[in-house]
Design a protein around this ligand. Structure first.
Ligand code: TXA
Ligand code: MG
Length: 314
């Protein structure tokens, strides 16, 4: 059930979390499927609902950077610099975990992902709950992340009793993940915070790791993927009947399956997942996605388009 945040729904959300049940909630990036991060049994339900392999760690959402030290050990200065600059916001920090973090949250690794989300509904729940909320994106494993409450209902309605309404996500793509567990910053997943902004705060350019020895589902080659075969193309072919199109210009002729997204990278990011989901629901033969510019501001979008259109070549 989808519900607006009110004193009664907040009470209900807290009751569910404390009872070890799941909660769908909005963040500024995508919607999350949350559970009490300190409760292993509750977190296990996230994995079951998503069909997610047990060795993929989930992010712990916290109410404030003041809580950082409860969840992480050996926190380097760079972590505080980034937290001060970007929290609340679309940035996840990977740090050495504290003893508060159950194994199931980290997939057995000795590090934990932490983030303070910038959404009033998420922050209200986190503050009232007091603890951490473990939450991956509220989609089935490997599929497109949800950017509206309705998307969560469609994906996981059967396994989550309450989904908090929070409108369409402002950012629309997942958080930038920065690994600081080894002391020096490495970007594991580009996202809502740009590389340039990280560089300005850190005073050095973090290494960009697209593949890592650490298992992160957001770094699998095929991820965020529609079920309809999808192709990234330089030019949209002429014959596009019964084919879905995502482009940054209007359709040359009447075409109901042609979705025009913005020329602006941030706006495009906000619109992308809903567009993919819409076309994916139409049962088309194919989706063509027009390539996006090669510039830095399109990095996170390019990353997601690559994964959405990735095909095994074995
Ligand atoms: O914007 C976001 O980050 C959203 C919202 C809900 O906060 N969450 C999200 O969660 O995208 P998820 O689970 O779909 O992706 C989180 C990524 C995964 O690739 C996961 O493997 C990685 O973060 N991750 C979590 N903990 C990690 C750790 N200790 N080391 C390396 N990667 C980690
Ligand atoms: Mg995800």
């Amino acid at each position: 059930m989808i519900a607006e945040l009110s004193p009664e729904t907040l009470e209900r959300a807290l009751t569910l979390l404390k009872a070890g049940e799941l909660l769908g909630f909005p963040t500024e990036t995508v919607y999350g499927l949350g559970a009490d991060a300190a409760n292993s049994k509750a977190v296990k339900k996230i994995f079951e609902a998503k069909g997610r392999p047990a060795d993929h760690p989930v992010i712990v959402h916290i109410a404030s950077k003041k809580n950082l030290a409860s969840w992480a050990n050996d926190i380097p200065d760079d972590a505080y610099k980034l937290a001060n600059a970007f929290w609340p916001g679309p940035l996840t920090l990977i740090l050495q975990r504290s003893s508060l973090v159950p194994n199931i949250v980290t997939g057995g690794q000795d590090t934990v992902g932490l983030r303070v989300p910038e959404h009033p509904v998420a922050l209200t729940v986190l503050e009232a709950f007091g603890g951490g909320i473990a939450a991956p994106s509220a989609n089935r494993f490997g599929r497109i992340s949800p950017t509206t409450a309705q998307h969560v209902q469609e994906e996981l309605g059967g396994s989550v009793q309450l989904i908090l309404e929070g409108g369409s996500c402002e950012v629309g793509l997942e958080s930038t993940i920065v690994d600081l567990s080894t002391g020096v910053a490495r970007v594991l997943r580009p996202g809502g915070i740009r590389l340039q902004a990280l560089t300005e705060v850190l005073g050095y350019e973090p290494e960009l790791k697209s593949k890592t020895e650490i298992r992160t589902s957001g770094t699998l080659e095929s991820h965020y993927a529609p079920q309809t075969p999808s192709l990234l193309v330089k030019h949209i072919p002429n014959d596009v009947e019964h084919v879905g199109v995502i482009a940054r210009r209007p359709a040359p002729s009447q075409n109901a399956h042609w979705l025009e997204l913005s020329q602006n990278a941030q706006t495009y990011a906000r619109e992308l997942y809903a567009a993919l989901r819409k076309l994916d629901g139409l049962g088309l033969k194919q989706i063509y996605i027009e390539e996006v510019p090669d510039s830095a501001d399109w990095l996170a979008v390019r990353d997601r388009l690559k994964r959405a259109t990735f095909k095994e070549t074995t």
